[in-house]
Design a protein around this ligand. Sequence first.
Ligand code: ARG
Length: 264
Amino acid sequence: MDLPSLLFCILLEVLAIKCQEDPQERIVGGHAPVPFSINYIVSIQTTHHQHFCGGSLINKYWVITAAHCDIGIHRMMVVAGEYSLSIYEGTEQKFVPQLLVPHPKFNSLTNNNDLMLIKLKTPAYLNRYVSIALLPRHEASISEGRMCRVSGWGYTSPTIGLIPSTLRTVRIPIVSPAKCNSSQSLDGRITENMICAGFSTGGKDACQGDSGGPLVCDGRIYGLVSWGRGCADARFPGVYTAVSKYRRWIDDVIFSYYSKCDNF
Ligand code: ARG
């Protein structure tokens, strides 16, 4: 190799390392996980491949997400095995929904009961890149201060609406309903079907586009990204659907649509 090419290669190397460091904050205040280590997460996209919500596979036919992610069955598709949204990695599995089951008591004004189940037309093929997440037991509670992980392809900054290309993740503590509902914070808007999480100093949070995605504590999906006031604001924790409240409803829905031919 001649000297100019050698120098050019070195320059490329240096640039690659600098780019990997990625000083930007994503999810908000998070980082990129090891690729495909969070392999139960799915990207919910429009039929034009625009990511708009997250979700999780809970068995090979069913995805759990937020009810406010319902844009109509014919307008959405589900992508599993996804890491970078902008690169075709060969690990992606795309699905068309067969059925949307939003919670019958979802209230779009208060965001109460913000969850939805999506049945896929064809089953996911489970492998290193695509797997299933566990749900908490019915009514299992998670106490203040427990550390949980939220992940997604949502905005990386509360002010600039940036959708990152790769998945991001961040660890945040559970905030008590009393603190979250206080007049200095979300002031009575937290129902018993919601969980709050975030640091009292702010800086780390889910944001727009993370909706429906998983908040995982002790290896189970205790929360679904639901709503917030701004993102990563020290006064306002992120608000999540309390999945354990719906364990029975989820099991009932899946059971009622179970068909012997699907054999899952
Ligand atoms: N509703 C938002 C969405 O549709 C999620 C907002 C979460 N906000 C927060 N600060 N944790 O993507």
